[in-house]
Write a protein that binds this ligand. Structure first.
Ligand SMILES: [Zn+2]
Ligand SMILES: [Zn+2]
Length: 135
């Protein structure tokens, strides 16, 4: 996953370090383990929608700092989540592309939310979407 210079600045910023600490304080236990009936200490904060896939700078900034885009995870769950996100890379890329296209249409043409054509979702690939915590 390419991490650009802006992302590296954000991840090292006081604003992020404070936010990260407050997320781990609010969610001391791994949220994914909790869903699966386990109890583990959360040590890492994951971005549900990848920051680097944001369409614009402000979209990336929102993804970086919006509490609704963050998830407190233990190290193992964080690794597992990223493995799953990287699985079947072409489909994942396609889905991201569709998401970006929808965002661009919304933003610049005022169109409403729309399902990507042709149903890019297949079984087993919806877990990240389904696991969005209520914001
Ligand atoms: Zn966990
Ligand atoms: Zn992550």
């Amino acid at each position: 996953m390419a991490k650009d210079a802006q992302y590296r600045r954000w991840i090292a910023s006081t604003r992020w370090l404070r936010l990260r600490r407050s997320v781990l304080t609010a969610h001391p236990l791994c949220e994914r383990c909790a869903q699966e009936g386990y109890v583990s200490a959360a040590t890492e904060v994951h971005h549900i929608r990848p920051v680097e896939d944001g369409v614009t700078w402000s979209d990336r900034q929102t993804r970086m700092f919006a509490p609704s885009n963050l998830r407190a995870l233990c190290h193992n769950c964080h690794v597992r989540t990223h493995v799953e996100m990287g699985r079947s890379g072409r489909t994942a890329t396609r889905r991201r592309h569709d998401e970006q296209q929808a965002e661009i249409r919304r933003r610049f043409f005022g169109e409403g939310e729309r399902e990507p054509p042709g149903g890019v979702f297949r079984e087993g690939e919806g877990s990240l979407q389904a696991s969005h915590p209520p914001s």
